[in-house]
Ligand binder design. Structure first.
Ligand SMILES: [Fe+2]
Ligand SMILES: [Fe+2]
Length: 192
C-alpha cells in the first residue's frame, strides 16, 4: 500500500524533533503549491516533501552504516560529508518503513540534496520546496520565490542549483561529482 499524507505526517512527527518536523511540514506544503503551478500531482509532492528529511537527524556514523547496509556506493564527497547521504539513505529507509511507497516519492527523497542528471518534475519540486519553504532565510531566497510561476520549472531548478553550488564553493566544501553533471545539464545550457 502506498503511504498517504496523514500516515507520512504521523511517522515524521514520531521520528524527527519538533524543529525538523516543522521544516518537513513546510516543505510538504510548499511542494504541493509548486506542484499545482507546474502540473505535478500535488498530493504526491506533498507526501514526498514531508518525507524528504526522513534521515536528517541520523549521525554521520549511522548514515555511513545505513549506506553500507543498503549497498550504496559512496563518492569521496559523501565519505567526507556523510550528511549528504541523508537523502539516499532516507529513501532506502523509507522503502523499508513503507514497503508500498510510491517509487517516485522515494526517488524525489533520494535526490533532494545533490540532485541528479535526470531530474523528474517531482524531483525538482521537492528540491526547490526544500530551498524556498517559508522559514528559509539566505541571500537569494527572495529571488527564487519571485521566480516561482514566472519561469519554467527547469529554469527555476537551474536558479536554485546555481545558488546551492555557489554556497558550496563559498564555504569551500567538497563538490559531489554528480553536481558537476547536474550543473552542466541544467544550468550551463544543456538540454532541459
Ligand atoms: Fe535534507
Ligand atoms: Fe530539508
Amino acid at each position: 500500500m502506498s503511504v498517504n499524507y496523514e500516515a507520512a505526517r504521523a511517522a515524521v512527527d514520531a521520528r524527527l524533533g519538533a524543529k525538523a518536523a516543522a521544516h518537513c511540514h513546510r516543505v510538504g506544503d510548499t511542494a504541493s503549491g509548486l506542484a499545482i503551478l507546474y502540473d505535478v500531482d500535488p498530493e504526491t509532492a506533498r507526501i514526498a516533501g514531508i518525507l524528504h528529511d526522513w534521515d536528517r537527524e541520523r549521525t554521520p556514523e549511522q548514515l555511513l552504516g545505513e549506506a553500507q547496509d543498503a549497498g550504496l556506493t559512496l563518492s569521496d564527497a559523501e565519505s567526507a560529508r556523510p550528511h549528504l547521504l541523508h537523502a539516499r539513505t532516507g529513501a532506502a529507509a523509507l522503502r523499508e518503513e513503507f514497503p508500498g511507497i510510491d517509487d517516485a516519492v522515494a526517488h524525489a527523497v533520494a535526490r533532494h540534496t545533490v540532485g541528479a542528471f535526470d531530474m523528474t518534475p517531482l524531483d525538482m519540486v521537492v528540491y526547490l520546496a526544500d530551498m524556498i519553504e517559508p522559514a528559509r532565510e539566505y541571500a537569494g531566497v527572495q529571488e527564487l520565490r519571485d521566480a516561482v510561476g514566472a519561469v519554467s520549472l527547469g529554469e527555476l531548478f537551474a536558479l536554485g542549483y546555481q545558488q546551492s553550488l555557489a554556497h558550496i564553493v563559498t564555504a569551500r566544501k567538497r563538490i559531489h561529482p554528480d553536481t558537476v553533471a547536474v550543473w552542466n545539464r541544467y544550468v550551463a545550457g544543456g538540454p532541459r
